[in-house]
Design a protein around this ligand. Structure first.
Ligand code: DLZ
Length: 163
């Protein structure tokens, strides 16, 4: 998919709370995605918290759990039901059909969470043929794109539009 045609979004997220759910495979790329997401959150003025899971396959269950939390769940005021969730992960194609199953499960699961809860889920899941493609989209020095930043902006802009 080409990155051309992306909108320029200026997002005012003040008063919103966002939960970032992030997988852990491919550390260098994930570090770039997380840095870009945090920068976009700071720019927007939203508050946020982060939840780490092992792989991208686990992103939907984490997103479902945080999106379904009532405010102040289990007496923890920081467990506020989010206005938006942002999912970050990197899946790199290997030699077996595993890639297709993980990408499909993560994508379908995240859409289900978003549509069933009404909470926007920013889609920061890179699905790449090789590591070079992923590094080029990770918002690192020399990357052409910054998908963590984009995913936050999209989720926060959608939360504002739905408010
Ligand atoms: C098993 C696996 C493989 C081979 N590759 C990736 C990957 O590129 N990116 C990723 O986020 N996760 C990968 N995983 C792990 C699965 O997402 C999942 O964590 C395991 O299958 C255990 O449920």
């Amino acid at each position: 998919m080409s990155g051309a045609g992306a909108p320029v979004l200026t997002v005012d997220g003040r008063g919103l709370h966002v939960v970032v759910v992030a997988a852990s495979w491919h550390t260098q790329v994930m570090d770039g995605l997380l840095d870009g997401a945090r920068r976009a959150l700071r720019e927007s003025g939203a508050t946020w918290s982060e939840v780490r899971v092992p792989g991208s396959f686990e992103l939907p269950v984490a997103a479902a759990r945080v999106a379904g939390l009532p405010d102040g769940a289990a007496g923890d005021p920081s467990a506020r039901r989010p206005d938006a969730v942002v999912a970050l992960g990197v899946v790199i194609r290997g030699g077996t059909p595993h890639f297709d199953y993980v990408c499909s499960a993560a994508t379908t699961g995240l859409v289900d969470v978003s549509v069933s809860t009404g909470i926007p889920v920013g889609f920061g899941l890179l699905t790449c043929d090789d590591e070079a493609q992923a590094l080029d989209r990770a918002g690192l020095p020399g990357s052409r794109e910054d998908k963590g930043h984009e995913a936050v902006q999209a989720a926060v802009a959608t939360a504002v539009a739905l408010r």
